[in-house]
Design a protein around this ligand. Sequence first.
Ligand SMILES: [Zn+2]
Length: 249
Amino acid sequence: MNNVAVRPVERVSTCKICSAQAPLYGVTDFHKSCEEARGRYLPLTGVAIYYHRCGDCGLVFTHAFDDWSKAEYVQHIYNDDYVLIDPEYIDTRPTGNAAFILDFIKKGKDLKCLDYGGGNGKLAGLLREGGLDAQSWDPMDAPETPLPSESFDFISAFEVLEHTPEPVATARQALGRLGPRGVLMFSTLTIDHVPPRGMDNWYIAPRNGHITLYTRRALDTLFEREGYRVHHFNDGLHMALKTTPDWMS
Ligand SMILES: [Zn+2]
């Protein structure tokens, strides 16, 4: 991080989703990670990461990485040490998510599936083992591989949206690959109630690449604008769709 210029921050920014005023919310060290919730702390870097919070939809976001290239993300965040601050990324999470998806879409026949932001491709591999037509795409894992151009019946995006500095563009890109009556299932932890300067929340973690943190209202606003409604299974799991496909009813 030492040679990376972090942009000076404005006291009041504009919400990346609803364009309302978003005052500064808090500041933390770049090395704050989700593992702090388990008592594991990385050494402080001395690089301050400021977050804003939208006064309307409640989106919490930072501009600190807005100008980063993919190479900078790979060098500073999605590097060899990433597994240390997200140990479930390699195996535990894909395995659990695959079992859930296989059960959720069991009534579907010949559904084409895409795991958007699928990291190492583990989840898509498990879905193929389960008999599904599934592929994975991840801009950080394979930066040269373009997003598949065909459309899909089911797209999963587990722990993706909090990693983007451009929530509208990312949601639009994922939804753009959905076919008619397609469904996007995604996980990201919504934080609907935060105290002032609530930077101690474990999910606000720049070292994990948690750049954009949502409320349910922020997600609803984001997807409604693209013509989709959002069903919230719980604080962590959500689904965007226009109409309910036959296999789900
Ligand atoms: Zn907003």
